[in-house]
Design a protein around this ligand. Sequence first.
Ligand SMILES: [Fe+2]
Length: 619
Amino acid sequence: MIIASLYHCPMDTAQIAHDMSAAIIIKKKIFAYEEDKLTTTKNESSVKFPERSLLIGCKELGIKPNDITDWVFPKPSKNISLNEFYFFFYEYLRINNFKNKKYFKNWFYKKVHFVKHHISHASLAIFSSPFKECAFLTEDGGGDLGDRRCFTFGDFKTNKINIRSQRTGYNGISLFHDYLTDSLGFSYFNNGKTSGLASYGTIREELDLKLSKLLSIKKNGIHFENKRFTISRPNIDKFNINAYDRNKILKSYPSNTNILQICKNYLPVDIAATGEFVLKNIFLKHLEKLRKLTKSENLVCSGGLFQNVALNQKIINSGIFKNYHFPMANSDAGLSLGAAFYVKYIKKKIKEPKRHLTPYLGPSFNNKEVEAEIKNFKLNFDYKKDKEICKIAAKLIVKGFVVGWFQGRAEYGPRSLGNRSILADPTKINSKLKVNQLLKKRDWFMPYAPSVSFEFINKITKENFYSPYMQSAFNIKNSFKKKIPAAVHVDGTSRVHVVKKKENKLYWTLLNEVKKINGMPIILNTSFNRHGIPTISSPRQAIEHALEGCMDYLIINNYLVDVKKNRFFAKKFLKIKSELLNIRDDSCSRIKILKKNKISFNTNKYKNYLSQIKLKKNL
Ligand SMILES: [Fe+2]
């Protein structure tokens, strides 16, 4: 049996696509990858189906589309005729062993499976976890047009998936966070910015009361009383041909909502802090109620809401369940593999794997392909053996250089976990600034995260949660906050990536080479992409980033490229702007946006908050 799963469904033209991905399962061999990492367009919606990720998956696993025995799609939003599917299989994929249309019809009903959105979310969480039985919880903005649920809760027990509670519609807790994010001026899908900004703000009691009134716990989940008065207007000025993102143009601030009206007199940092506080409080109250519906001590969570690592930390530390699992791809990018797992489980009734599923499920490139690409660019390079390359990389990182690190199979999911990563020294506060200056150009309030070897994790935090996919924030011990300042957020937390030798031997070796130099197997690790594009996939993209000046050194497999030896750069003055100045500037520019969009607000109250701004000093 060879299962291929696509999200979204081919020929489903009514669905506005995003987070497209493809997955293939052949016994214990798995491939899963996002389409936008291959098209290099964020929130890709212009392709018909995840063709590139499907075909590169076939290449990675050494099969052809003809070899695939079972096809899996999400439930479509409209009726798609057999003729359209015939066209898809025959014309697009050149699967030509259908003798006639009648044969195709029989084949189709036996071999094509449709799995609903939230079942796919739940299945990824269940089948990527190490648990034999568990409760599951899915939360997102409202599924898709084939499954409009926004919340499900149930359990996986004695090989059965039972749903115990669910909610349908655009009215759940995830939508509350979407509205909050929108009210702050961040475009659609940028909820992480709200969570990052929250650490700089103050929880305002009055605002807490007003926002809390919009959320209530019902029998079928948390209800968000939402009102949208206007939708956002397209902002064509945001069109960027080198970093195209439809949401920045079509779904960006401002849209006038009840949350915007409630929040408009408060500073952005305080809106974020209070909104996050409200969300976490009601979520945990609801989780306590859900706990009574199951006997399981294990909880697995999936759906866009659980990309919020600060929320995940609260869940883990709540003690409501004993053990937790958050998969590597919580957004809709995880749906293809979730649906493929579900079909495999329906057919085989076997729960695999028995440990955390590896996140290294994407494409890889061998040394021959890498060397050919480096030579295409006519670059100077050195070839080194595995151990040697780790030693060299460790020395460069500790010296303060920014290193592009490209190894093995790419990661599935939003986090780079040591195979498509940009690495730097977390002990130097300037590393954050340098990475930001060279390639990230992130908002000033967004934190960077460290990779830490499994054996060292209890030295830097008291929290005991295995985090192989960077799914949770951790409170960093006071003694370590000053030791790794570039990888600790202003609130003293860090989104730690824990590395076990058996999960990623090369990256673990690199961490230990760093330890040999400075005593700490810790590296600042961020995704390999310049601002505005998805994480890169291929050696060519890595080289293009290096030549653009995004790093000091590039290491692909066993090849080392010293960027200075290949091109000269104009020395640019690093403009350092303090975080306090950033908070003030952002708060002032919001006044202009509110005025420009004719949203009335209390100027005196706002100015009063503005005068109270002080920077938290947790570090
Ligand atoms: Fe979803």
